[in-house]
Design a protein around this ligand. Structure first.
Ligand code: NAD
Length: 297
């Protein structure tokens, strides 16, 4: 299939490479010359603007952009996709943005005659490179069925979450829980160690007991407990504190719009915000445990 791809960053770059590897033809655009050069070297053709992608004879356009402001600009701006793409071309936005913006852009696309899906991902840069992402997809069932084989070249779990925006709803709800659960594990591990327990023994008990969760058994924040977790390599790589802060901001903002209380989500947001303000925004989010540890282990 001939596919347009915009946004070739940490996630979009490897996702585009997986489409090329699967034999698809790509025309790509990114503001970064380096990102463009990597995709062209891998076999994509270069466009010099979103308009050039929209005017190419593509059947599908995928975007993987930082935030809602970029998504609005790329789709709705005067030099954006919707002003130039021909009706019928399918549009998929995989950026993580708020559900309301996703619904607004999808509505504008549909009014222009373009089916659109929101399809944010989880799985991080490792999952993007390995082609094992989870896609949480919002849009009609028929459009989901059409897009499924393409998404399956970049991901392992492709889940239809319901109508437009529901992919983003699933994403913000999951990541809000992740942000909260990581703080819970950090608090429990710090308490147990301060009271005299060995961190690995404590983690082993939690992971076979009712406190077990992904933050404790796959991504434990205590250094040395899990060899492959960011905690055991100085909290480098992984999922940055500032990205978690962004997702908690999306959750609390969406909650505010519908007057839904998210008490622990808001508290978690503030804790990561303080940690980021203290200069740690680039560390993996599990480093939040540093705000609890009495002495560095
Ligand atoms: P990134 O900043 O590495 O990449 C974004 C890319 O978009 C950059 O290359 C940038 O130059 C490009 N861009 C910005 N504005 C543009 C425009 N107007 N036209 C064309 N290109 C433009 O970000 P990322 O880590 O790849 O994340 C992308 C999205 O995926 C974000 O919404 C993020 O929240 C989400 N996400 C990231 C991760 C992760 O672990 N990095 C995991 C899941 C979801």
């Amino acid at each position: 299939m001939f596919i347009g791809f915009l946004g070739l960053g940490n996630m979009g770059g490897p996702m585009a490479l997986n489409l090329l590897k699967a034999g698809h033809q790509l025309i790509v655009f990114d503001l970064s010359a380096d990102a463009m050069a990597r995709a062209v070297e891998a076999g994509a053709s270069a466009a010099d603007s979103p308009v050039a992608v929209a005017r190419a004879p593509v059947e599908l356009i995928i975007t993987m952009l930082p935030a809602a402001i970029h998504v609005r600009q790329v789709y709705l701006g005067s030099q954006g996709l919707l002003n130039h793409v021909r009706p019928g071309v399918m549009l998929i936005d995989s950026s993580t943005i708020d559900p309301m913006s996703a619904r607004e852009v999808a509505k504008a696309a549909q009014e222009h005659g373009n089916p659109m899906l929101d399809a944010p991902v989880s799985g991080g840069t490792g999952g993007a490179a390995a082609g094992t992402l989870t896609f949480m997809v919002g849009g009609s069932a028929a459009d989901f069925d059409r897009a499924q084989p393409i998404l399956a070249t970049m991901g392992k779990n492709i889940v239809h979450c319901g109508d437009s925006g529901n992919g983003q709803v699933a994403k913000v709800a999951n990541n809000m829980l992740l942000g909260i659960s990581m703080i819970g594990v950090a608090e429990a591990m710090s308490l147990g160690v301060s009271l005299g327990m060995d961190p690995s023994v404590l983690a082993g008990v939690i992971n076979t007991s009712s406190g077990r969760c992904w933050s404790s058994d796959t991504y434990n924040p205590y250094p040395g407990v899990l060899e492959n977790a960011p905690a055991s390599r100085g909290y480098s790589g992984g999922f940055g504190t500032d990205l978690m802060l962004k997702d908690l901001g999306l959750a609390t903002e969406a909650a505010k719009q519908i007057r839904q209380p998210v008490i622990l989500g808001a508290l978690a947001q503030q804790l990561y915000q303080r940690f980021s303000a203290d200069g740690h925004g680039g560390l993996d989010f599990s480093a939040i445990i540093q705000t609890y540890l009495r002495q560095q282990p």
